[in-house]
Design a protein around this ligand. Structure first.
Ligand code: SF4
Ligand code: SF4
Length: 435
């Protein structure tokens, strides 16, 4: 655990200009401009940390595209580290797309990797179904134009669109995918909200129908120049040979693979295991003023991460599951206390994939270069982390001084969370949500 760091996230500011229905960030934080300014301390910390040869730095907000000066300052400090250490930093963002021209500038300048630029876009009805911005100009048309602008840019085939699955966005998932593809985009993914209650039967029916349509669309375009990258199927393909009847294998493959290789720094300079912990100020591990991580917190983090998850992972067969340990910790008290809220959706995804995959004519070239996403295979990664932890191999500066208070788990859950877990009850029946 934390023997070498390959991913860093820094929250440069808390400010965001939207109020998405599922956002886990604190509403009060989003209205303020609390900005990160511990650059010298971070520089020293990174010089004292074992870093991978290439480290991906995700610069986040709030909304990162609204922070051009802060972004430039960040890049400058990371370049200074590159002068001192044998490391290459690449930059990534996840943005709401409201200032796409700024992201284009960064890509053009070489300070942002277009392949690691993700726009969270909730489809052709983004504003009315999930963004709910009070700023008039961010209407549905604005978010459609965003896709047109990306499609017309030189990076249309590299930038990714990531679509949140909510009861209100689900009826338009396929329609939105087609809109993005017809505008020249090639990378499409969707994601679940960690804490949401997805058990509503009407919702699951809609989900099933949309997933079938997505599969049909993919099969239709696969042999043509209009082929796109469908991450969810790539994940299923990459994990096809995993022995889902072996509980230990399933435990490893369904763990979050980023934890233990990632560090997150919040605007106060506090250090966390990933951004979700940071946004909830849960399981703080250290701070940049001290320049070290509290060893007792490192141990607590590692022990929780390595604990066997409490769910039916030995029998569900869903090796493509990736429950979020940070969300489990914040809301359920422990990383291993899984919500198990997406099990049925994962069943649907797998069933549809299995029913349709034989229609794909996959040649040797595609097998080797298109389908295999090594990143998806977590077992080796998990084994390595366990071994290093038990051998006491740590690559971050630790201190014996127990200076970080024990929070058990946070009392600081976002108020939005309450909406998210109850939204199913508020969702109209399927016939009422269609356009
Ligand atoms: S699908 Fe459900 S039972 Fe299976 S690993 Fe994920 S949370 Fe556990
Ligand atoms: S714990 Fe959750 S939020 Fe953190 S890196 Fe893993 S999946 Fe992402």
């Amino acid at each position: 655990m934390f023997n070498h760091i390959s991913k860093i996230t820094i929250k440069l500011s808390t400010y965001c200009n939207l109020a998405c229905t599922y956002c886990h960030q604190m509403t009060d934080d989003k209205k303020q401009h609390v900005t990160f300014n511990k650059w010298k301390e971070l520089y020293t910390f990174l010089l004292n940390t074992e870093l991978a040869d290439t480290v991906e730095v995700t610069l986040t907000g709030g909304e990162i595209s609204l922070l051009p000066e802060e972004y430039d300052t960040a890049v400058k400090w990371f370049r200074k580290v590159e002068f001192q250490k044998d490391v290459k930093f690449t930059f990534a963002v996840v943005s709401n797309g409201t200032n796409i021209q700024q992201l284009f500038k960064l890509i053009k300048r070489g300070d942002l990797n277009p392949k690691r630029t993700t726009i969270s876009w909730d489809g052709i009805y983004s504003q009315t179904k999930s963004r709910k911005s009070k700023i008039q100009k961010y209407d549905d048309e604005f978010f459609r134009q965003l896709i047109v602008d990306i499609g017309n840019s030189p990076w249309a085939e590299q930038i990714t669109v990531s679509h949140a699955i909510t009861p209100e966005t689900i009826p338009h998932l396929h329609e939105s995918l087609v809109f993005a593809l017809d505008n020249g985009m090639k990378n499409f993914g969707f994601y679940y909200i960690h804490e949401a209650d997805y058990s509503d039967k009407e919702f699951l029916k809609l989900y099933d129908a949309e997933i079938i349509k997505l599969g049909q669309e993919y099969i239709k375009r696969y042999p043509t120049k209009d082929r796109f990258v469908y991450y969810n199927w790539q994940l299923l393909y990459a994990k096809e040979n995993i022995d889902t009847t072996d509980a230990e294998t399933m435990r490893r493959t369904t763990m979050c693979h980023k934890l233990g290789k990632t560090l997150h720094f919040d605007p106060l300079g506090d250090i966390y295991g990933c951004i979700y912990f940071g946004d909830h100020r849960a399981l703080k591990m250290g701070d940049l003023d001290k320049g070290a991580v509290d060893k007792s917190k490192y141990v607590k983090f590692s022990e929780q991460y390595l604990e066997t998850p409490k769910c039916n992972h030995g029998s569900c067969g869903n090796s493509h599951c990736f429950e979020c340990p940070a969300s489990n910790y914040v809301h359920n008290g422990k990383m291993a206390n899984r919500f198990s809220n997406t099990c049925e959706m994962l069943d649907i995804e797998k069933r549809v994939y299995n029913e349709m995959k034989h229609q794909l004519k996959i040649d040797q070239y595609d097998k080797a270069f298109y389908w295999m996403e090594e990143d998806h295979l977590g077992e080796k990664n998990f084994e390595e982390k366990m071994n290093q932890y038990y051998q006491g191999i740590v690559g971050i500066p630790l201190t014996e001084e127990q200076y970080v208070e024990d929070d058990e788990y946070t009392k600081r859950a976002s108020p939005t969370y309450k909406n998210v877990i109850t939204w199913m009850k508020r969702t109209p029946k399927s016939k009422e949500i269609t356009t």
